[in-house]
Design a binder for this molecule. Structure first.
Ligand code: 5CA
Ligand code: ZN
Length: 408
């Protein structure tokens, strides 16, 4: 699938150093130490309906900071992101609204691309839809079958294929839930603990046999379509290989999604799936998580259409640390616009304080678990201080562009 247009990424002098991020599995900051200086990361992409709300935008801006920090450390970056362009929620929405599911997905991906471009989010090198990944999904299920961890439920109509999650080395280490918590969350987030014939209620669907009226594809497993978790596992392994540096997404994906991906990946490769698991916080509105099902969405495209500067939207998101849960309000945008104006005035000055200490502070902030609020404070202080360096303003603007993705 085509990604979107890349913004310029200026290279700053004096790269090197390393990024530390919070790993959900260990619940502590860990160094990202890419093999052969090549940083490989995977971020779970959208299910294309009701895109792009500010929760999505917050998540992709967070990983965009990660991309920028890794590139600034001097690593080559390989970034893969999926699009869940066939799955129950998408099909349900298409059915409810009487739209063809493929058209719905295509329109929403196109809107998402425009929003990402406007927000100056760096595109992944591999932008892969579930539908186009079906051959790798089937291949992965086939290789898992060789381990004996794949079975069909005993259902004469729909003998769907499942993965025995508890056979995987390390299953449960990511989310660290009790059995009852795991079961409850599994049921709420797309799982089917009640499905008859499963060996364990937590086993996850990997191939759903064709139902009347649902899209399906011919395969060695029978006609059907991929389950959700195996989609991301297959796409990540195909484009990044095993033991890649970071799997990312919002905190709503820790369980079951990332736990299941980690289990499938570890079982198939006998290596860790990812070296670290990073999760962004949830953005809410009016006291609830922003989500399609609740319908409490602020869409980036609507804000843009109403005249909001995309760089102000981006600054509004960066004002909160990526791991915190927070609420978007109209004030978030107003404050961000004021900050943007202040920064633009500051870089239009004929002389300013030297840029080197600012660049060093921005780097330290980002390399310490992508601390955007600390980076914003450093720039605020620079913008307020007088100085007599005639080259500083251009250097500061370039660093803000390269590291924070904000074009002044
Ligand atoms: N297609 C799957 C991942 S494979 C999916 O979760 N799609 S999504 O459209 O529901 O979400 C896309 C990304 O945005 C995910 O990383 C999800 O964790 C994140 N996300 C969803 N809602 C919010 C929110 N309210 N705040 C922050 N991030 C969110
Ligand atoms: Zn995913």
């Amino acid at each position: 699938m085509r990604a979107w247009t890349a913004p310029d990424l200026p290279t700053l002098d004096g790269s090197g150093g390393r990024l530390r991020v919070h790993d959900t599995a260990l619940d502590e900051l860990v160094d990202v130490e890419p093999d052969n200086n090549e940083a490989r990361f995977y971020v779970c992409g959208i299910t294309p309906y009701d895109a792009t709300h500010l929760g999505h935008a917050n998540t992709y801006v967070a990983y965009d900071l990660m991309y920028r920090a890794l590139a600034d450390c001097g690593h080559r970056v390989v970034y893969t992101q999926n699009v869940t362009d066939v799955d129950d929620p998408l099909l349900e929405r298409a059915e409810q609204t009487g739209v063809d599911w493929e058209e719905l997905a295509e329109d929403q991906v196109s809107l998402f691309r425009d929003d990402m471009t406007a927000l100056r989010v760096l595109p992944p090198q591999h932008y892969v839809g579930a539908v186009e990944a079906i051959p790798s999904v089937v291949e992965l299920i086939e290789s898992l079958r060789l381990t004996g961890a794949i079975y069909q439920v005993d259902d004469p109509d729909y003998p769907d294929w499942y993965f025995e999650v508890r056979r995987a080395p390390g299953f449960g280490r990511l989310a660290k839930l009790s059995d009852s918590e795991a079961l409850a969350i599994f049921g709420e987030r797309g799982g089917d603990p009640e499905r008859r014939g499963k060996k364990d209620p937590l086993d996850c669907l990997v191939w759903r046999m064709a139902r009347p009226g649902e899209p399906s594809w011919e395969s060695r497993l029978g006609r059907g379509r991929p389950g959700w978790h195996i989609e991301c596992t297959a796409i990540a392994l195909q484009h990044l290989g095993a033991a890649f540096d970071v799997q990312g997404g919002g905190s709503d994906l820790v369980f079951p999604h990332h736990e299941m991906c980690a289990a499938e990946g570890a079982m198939a490769t006998r290596q860790p799936f990812a070296k670290a698991y990073v999760h962004s916080g949830m953005v809410g509105l009016h006291g609830e998580k922003m989500s399609k099902s609740r319908g409490n969405l602020v869409l980036v495209s609507r804000l843009r259409a109403s005249g909001a500067d995309p760089m102000a939207i981006r600054l509004g998101l960066l004002a909160r640390h990526y791991r915190t849960d927070w609420e978007w309000t109209a004030d978030s945008l107003r404050e961000a616009q004021r900050r943007l104006d202040r920064w633009r005035d500051a870089v239009a000055r004929p002389s300013a304080p030297p840029a080197e200490p600012l660049v060093a502070a921005l780097r330290t902030a980002l390399r310490t678990d992508l601390d955007a609020p600390a980076a914003l404070s450093a720039m605020d202080a620079w913008a307020d201080a007088p100085g007599n360096d005639p080259d500083a303003a251009a250097s500061a603007a370039q660093a803000i562009d390269a590291l924070l993705g904000v074009r002044l």
